[in-house]
Design a protein around this ligand. Structure first.
Ligand SMILES: C=C(O[C@@H]1C=C(C(=O)O)C=C[C@H]1O)C(=O)O
Length: 241
């Protein structure tokens, strides 16, 4: 059988999943690439891979998309790596620079600004633009809060807005995947999550983030019913932007 091609996020948030895959026999059935989230989505949409850990905002763009895993990149409230950073209060924000590596959080910023904070603002993807605020995700946010007067954790703001947890990325296939593979894949992901103490030992020490708190408490990896509800609600807000 030819290998199943998988693109997964290259950030620290995905290390437990990668550990589980690498320490399971399923690794021999997989061709794995690690990519920035926007590229995970682009590869799945272009059918360069069969499964991607993709930003959920890209799901409507994936032909025949179906979620194949019981796990995700999510949070119940603050996530500590998905921010709007600004030197003015949100009520004063007029321009926002989006993060080219993101699909979900760029849309989450748009949804929160329009429907939660009820503001009309201008967005740009021009990396050189000077704006009131920026969206930033992943490891590049570690230690960045001290550089800005205001840091809005979008997992927390989504919770304030809806009372729900949030799903940033999910394991999505663009074609039917054999059930036996899906079962084995879920077991590998679960192994990774239960090995987080070992994953932490393998990660380089850093003083700009508490990685134990991040991987064990801020990130929340179960694709629960309330997260699925949040996902549907988020996609319905995106459709109204
Ligand atoms: C929590 C995070 O979730 C992510 C955010 C994504 C996005 O904004 O498109 C995509 C994948 C995840 O890595 C993070 O990257 O910090």
């Amino acid at each position: 059988m030819s290998k199943i091609k998988i693109s997964a996020v290259s950030y620290t948030n995905t290390k437990p999943f990668i550990y589980g895959i690498m320490h399971s026999a399923i690794i021999d059935k997989i061709e794995l690439s690690l990519d920035i989230p926007s590229d995970c989505a682009a590869k799945l949409i272009a059918n360069q891979v069969d499964i991607g850990l993709i930003p959920v905002a890209a799901i409507p763009d994936v032909p025949d998309a179906n979620i194949v895993a019981d796990y995700c990149i999510g949070s119940v409230g603050a996530v500590n790596s998905v921010f709007i950073f600004s030197n003015v209060e949100v009520s004063e924000i007029k321009t926002v620079k989006l993060d080219l590596q993101s699909r979900t959080s760029n849309n989450l910023a748009k949804v929160l600004l329009k429907f939660h904070w009820k503001k009309e603002v201008e967005f740009t993807t021009d990396a050189g633009a000077v704006t009131d605020a920026i969206v930033l995700i992943g490891d590049r946010t570690f230690g960045k809060q001290k550089e800005y007067a205001f840091s809005y954790d979008m997992g927390q703001e989504w919770m304030n807005f809806t009372g729900l947890p949030f799903v940033y990325a999910a394991w999505v296939a663009n074609k039917p995947i054999p059930q036996a593979f899906i079962v084995e894949f879920n077991k590998a992901l679960s192994l990774g999550l239960s090995s987080r103490a070992l994953v932490l030992k393998e990660l380089p020490e850093r003083d700009d983030i508490d990685l134990e708190d991040y991987l064990l408490h801020k990130l929340d990896f179960e694709l629960s019913d309330s997260k699925r509800k949040a996902l549907d609600l988020f996609l319905s807000y995106i459709a109204r932007l």
